[in-house]
Design a protein around this ligand. Structure first.
Ligand SMILES: O=C(O)CCC(=O)C(=O)O
Length: 254
C-alpha cells in the first residue's frame, strides 16, 4: 500500500521512490535468474548511446510462469500502480536493464510515452516500475528524472545514437525550468514513474554493475487502437505475496 504522501508526490513530481518493496532474499533470487542462462540472457540485446557505449536489455510482453512473472504480477507492484493510476491496469512489457561495470552506456533523455504513442496508445496513462537489483548510485548510472515533466505533454522523439531520444532543445528548456533529480535507489526499492516523465541515465564507469527490472503497465481503459501495442489487455491475475520465494531453491538462494 502506498501512503497518501507517496501518491501526492507521484501526482506532483511524476515519480515516487518506494524503499524496501522487495527483501534482500527476493532480490538475490531475481539476480540469480538475471545471470543464469534463461529468459533474461536469451532475450538480451544492446542499444548504443550517443557516444557509442552500449547498455544491454532483455524485454518481453508475456507474463511467464517464472520469477519474472511473479514480480510483474506482484501485488506490491500492481496494486501500487493501480493506486497511482486510479484504475485497473494490464501488463505492457517488462525488461531487465543491465549496465555493465566500466562500459555500460547511457540512456538518453526520453519519455516512454514518446514512443509508446506510436503503438496507438491515446493517453499517457502508463506507468513504469523500476526495481533496483543493485544499489543504483550516481556513479553506476542511476535513473535521472525531470521532476514535474509528466505535466508538459509529449515531446517529439527522434534517434539519438541507437536510441529513441526527445527533442534536445526542448529537453534543455524543460531542465532549465524544472531541474534534474538523480534517483539513487537502494536494492529492493521501486521507482514508479509516469509515461511522460522525462528520464535518462548516465554511463556506468564504476566498478559495479547497475541492474534493474522494469515492469510497465497501461490503464485498461487505454488499450491502443488498431490491435497495436504490447501485452494482452486483460486484467492481471495477482501472484501470491510469497511467489518469488518459491524460486529460491531452484537457484540455491537461502
Ligand atoms: O535503465 C535505465 O537507466 C533507463 C531505463 C529507461 O530509460 C527506460 O526503460 O525507459
Amino acid at each position: 500500500m502506498l501512503s497518501l504522501q507517496q501518491i501526492e508526490a507521484y501526482d506532483r513530481d511524476g515519480h515516487v521512490l518506494v524503499p524496501d518493496v522487495f527483501t534482500p532474499q527476493e532480490i538475490a533470487i531475481l539476480l540469480a535468474n538475471v545471470t543464469k542462462d534463461g529468459k533474461a540472457t536469451q532475450h538480451q540485446f544492446a542499444l548504443k548511446d550517443a557516444t557509442g557505449l552500449a547498455s544491454k536489455l532483455s524485454l518481453w510482453s508475456d507474463v511467464s510462469d517464472d520469477v519474472f512473472g511473479a514480480v510483474t504480477t506482484s501485488p506490491r507492484v500492481v496494486n501500487a500502480v493501480r493506486m497511482l493510476l486510479r484504475e485497473d491496469v494490464y501488463h505492457w512489457h517488462s525488461k531487465v536493464m543491465l549496465k555493465e561495470p566500466r562500459v555500460g552506456g547511457a540512456w538518453e533523455w526520453h519519455q516512454d510515452y514518446g514512443y509508446w504513442y506510436n503503438d496507438g496508445v491515446l493517453y499517457p496513462r502508463m506507468i513504469s516500475c523500476m526495481i533496483a537489483l543493485d544499489p543504483a548510485t550516481k556513479a553506476n548510472g542511476c535513473l535521472k528524472v525531470v521532476p514535474g515533466s509528466h505535466l508538459l505533454g509529449r515531446f517529439d522523439h527522434g534517434r539519438v545514437g541507437g536510441q529513441a531520444g526527445a527533442d534536445q532543445e526542448r529537453v534543455q528548456a524543460a531542465i532549465e525550468r524544472l531541474g534534474v533529480k538523480y534517483c539513487e535507489a537502494p536494492a529492493g526499492s521501486a521507482l514508479f514513474f509516469h509515461g511522460n516523465t522525462f528520464h535518462s541515465s548516465e554511463a556506468n564507469l564504476s566498478e559495479r554493475p547497475r541492474r534493474a527490472y522494469i515492469c510497465c503497465y497501461n490503464a485498461l481503459s487505454n488499450v491502443p487502437y488498431g490491435g497495436k501495442g504490447h501485452g494482452k489487455p486483460v486484467p492481471i491475475r495477482l501472484a501470491p505475496d510469497d511467489a518469488i520465494l518459491r524460486f529460491a531453491e531452484a537457484v540455491g538462494v537461502k
